[in-house]
Design a protein. Sequence first.
Length: 236
Amino acid sequence: MYYDMHVHSAFSEGESSLEEIATQAKILGYSGICFAEYFKGKQKMLELKEEIAKVSEKARIKIFLGFEARNSNELKRLVALRREYDVLLVRGYDTKLNRLAVETPEVDILTHPEYERKDSGLNHVLVKEAAKNNVAIEINFRNILINNKHSRSAALSHISHNVMLCKKFKAPVIICSGAISHWQLRDPKIMISFAKLVGLDLHEAKLSLSEVPKRIINQIYERKSKKWIMPGVKEL
């Protein structure tokens, strides 16, 4: 089973509706997807949950609700609301935010840490923190898809560097489309091939689209338990 844990709909910066993306993901063979939205208040969260429930039933695909923090203030607020939604992503690019993301155990995914940077956005210290706190480092397909030849080459180099660090220090790697349109979604086989291009072997590439997302999904269900207190802490 494969999962795309970072897609955007028209609710955030996306161009396609929830239903268009969910339907296309189902056609491509995904078992589940995560809509990454920007937090706009609890009322909007409730509206999203209702819409997701309807679309999930209609498209016959599992849909998770994620929020992507764009700065430290948003991250702080989303951590405080951690039990009220499924996946916490942090929008990578800024060095301080990248560091804060990997140091925060409530975070599930650090998205494209190399985004719009002249370096990879990570080093061995940050990747060690990601491994310790089980924060998955994203390989973002859209970051390659939309770039021109020169910036694409640089992005591939930076992503490959991050993959090398993650393999060395055993930090989880997750591959996501980052799609903002249903036309930007890609078949799981293409995503796996791309993961191999940036340094994962075939087995690791498959894990980045299956087992790593599944671990995040398992944490979602654990978090909904009354015994859950915080990451790594439960009532006996």
